[in-house]
Structure formats: C-alpha cells, structure tokens
Design a protein around this ligand. Structure first.
Ligand SMILES: C[S@@+](CC[C@H](N)C(=O)[O-])C[C@H]1O[C@@H](n2cnc3c(N)ncnc32)[C@H](O)[C@@H]1O
Length: 267
C-alpha cells in the first residue's frame, strides 16, 4: 500500500506594510516591516540578500501579495515567438540574467528548455535558488556582468546560449545596461532576447540609460521584435497597477562592441 504524503507547507512570514508611502519613494526604496520573534525588521524591496535568506519571503511578498505576473508573461511570449518561427522551444539554451531564487527559471524549465543557466550579482540568490529550486538550473554563476573576466566568458561560451532572459531585473538600480549588453554578447548571433521593462521606456522623455539603449536596439538592424506587449507587471504597495512591457525579439547579426557606448553617449 502506498501513502501520499503532502509536502510541508512553506513558512508564512508576517509582513507589515507602512501606513502610507508618504514620501513617494522610488520603486527601489520602498520598504516594509517583517515581524520576526515579535520584533519588526525594516527591509527595502531591493534588499534582495536579506529577502532571499528567508525561504518563501520573496514569493510571499512579490507573487502572493503584489501579484507579480512577469515570469509567466515573458515565458508565454517567448514560447509563442518560437512557435511563430517554427522552432522547438525544447532546444533552447538559456542564460537567465538576474535569476534571483529561480522563479523565471522554474517557468522556463516547466516549458521544457534544453539547458538553463542562472546568473546573479549576489551569492544569496544562488544559495536560495539551490535551496528552493534545486532542480531548475544546470549551473548558476555569481558574477558582475559589467566586468566579466576572459575566463568567465570562456566558461559561459561553452554553453552555446541561444536565448537571454531577464525578468524583473532591469532598471531601478538593478542590472545596468553594460551588464545586459555583455550578457547579450554571450548569446548566438541569431539568438533570442526575452525581458520586461517599465512602461515609460518608449517615451523619448525617459532618458535613463537602459531605456535609451533598448529604444536604439529595437529600431536597429540587430533585432527583430516578435512581441512587445503592455501588461500588468505587479501591484505597488498602495495597490496601484504597475505596467511594464514584455519584449521578445530575435537578434539578426552580431551587434558591434561599440553599440552601447555610441548610444549611451549620443542618446
Ligand atoms: C527582482 S529580482 C528578479 C528575480 C527573478 N528574475 C524573478 O523574476 O523573480 C532582481 C534580481 O536582479 C539581480 N541583480 C541586480 N543587479 C544585478 C547585476 N548587476 N547583475 C546581475 N544581477 C543583478 C538581483 O540580485 C536580484 O536577484
């Protein structure tokens, strides 16, 4: 006789939001309190290391409470783009930049990619991914992609990536344009890009480096856009809807090394 044993329920955290976002904090400065042993601990949304150290906190905060939908949306659009191109999703070899504790990785894995490698700036992200989703990544690099050593480039090159994903990790003090550009250079010249970005990036008035770089890329001969969809990324702490674009495109040829510098400086 076999018995089904239910997996243990993840620990629930006691999260308290402050009365109001009185100071209209930037998205990376927003904070909340976590009650631990009866004491409130103040954490910013971008205190990733502290958040990842606590199993289930990232999921409870961003996915349960603030209803983040981005990994699913970007995963869906990537799969649809591959269908349009009549290419098998199951052969994709993906580099997931800003992988965190592996939620995007889990999405890609469930859709059946061939290889999946995570990368993040902080060791706590890799530790959390290995702890919470040990079956997801074939490898996981803790690296600063703004300054990759030639040895790391060589090791990354061995994976022969044909897809770069980057979800909920661009802008707002997260991944800088240089890191994203260097990751793009690790992808095959006809490879796929799938990421999300805040909705204002298409406004010419948004002069943030990343927005300018992505605008230039979209209108360049180096990328064919398959999908550009406005959707609700998540809720803010006040319950307002934060809209982002999900973008899936395919690179068409090798992008010149000076593309980033030219467009960041010339705007
Ligand atoms: C909001 S989390 C997103 C995690 C995951 N992609 C998801 O969708 O749940 C942003 C991640 O970007 C990482 N990050 C920030 N700056 C980075 C950089 N320069 N290089 C690589 N990762 C970075 C952070 O450490 C964090 O794990």
């Amino acid at each position: 006789m076999t018995m089904d044993i239910a997996p243990p329920l993840p620990k629930r955290h006691r999260i308290k939001f402050p009365p109001a976002d009185a100071h209209r904090l930037a998205q990376d400065e927003v904070f909340f309190h976590l009650v631990e042993d009866g004491e409130p601990v103040k954490l910013r949304f971008h205190d990733y290391a502290e958040i990842y150290k606590r199993p289930g906190l990232y999921e409870q905060l961003f996915y349960d409470r603030l209803k983040c939908s981005s990994p699913k949306k970007v995963g869906e659009l990537l799969q649809r783009a591959l269908q349009t191109a009549c290419e098998p999703f199951t052969e994709l070899r993906v580099l997931d930049l800003g992988a965190g504790n592996g939620i995007m990785g889990e999405e890609l894995k469930s859709r059946g990619v061939a290889r999946l490698v995570g990368a993040d700036l902080i060791p706590e992200a890799r530790e959390a991914a290995h702890r919470d989703r040990p079956e997801v990544y074939d490898d996981y690099y803790v690296e600063d992609f703004t300054q990759l050593s030639s040895e790391t480039r060589e090791r990354l090159g061995e994976w022969h990536f044909d897809c770069l994903t980057c979800v909920a990790a661009l802008g707002f003090g997260d991944i800088p344009p240089r890191a994203f550009f260097n990751a793009m250079k690790m992808i095959r010249t006809d490879g796929w890009l799938a990421f999300n970005i805040k909705s204002s990036f298409l406004d010419a008035s948004d002069q943030a480096g990343f927005s300018r770089f992505i605008r230039e890329l979209i209108f360049s001969e180096y990328l064919d856009v398959y999908h550009l969809e406005l959707y609700r990324h998540r809720l803010s702490m006040e319950g307002t809807q934060l809209f982002y674009y999900a973008l899936v495109g395919r690179m068409t040829s090798s992008i010149p090394d000076d593309f980033l510098v030219r467009h960041l400086i010339e705007g």
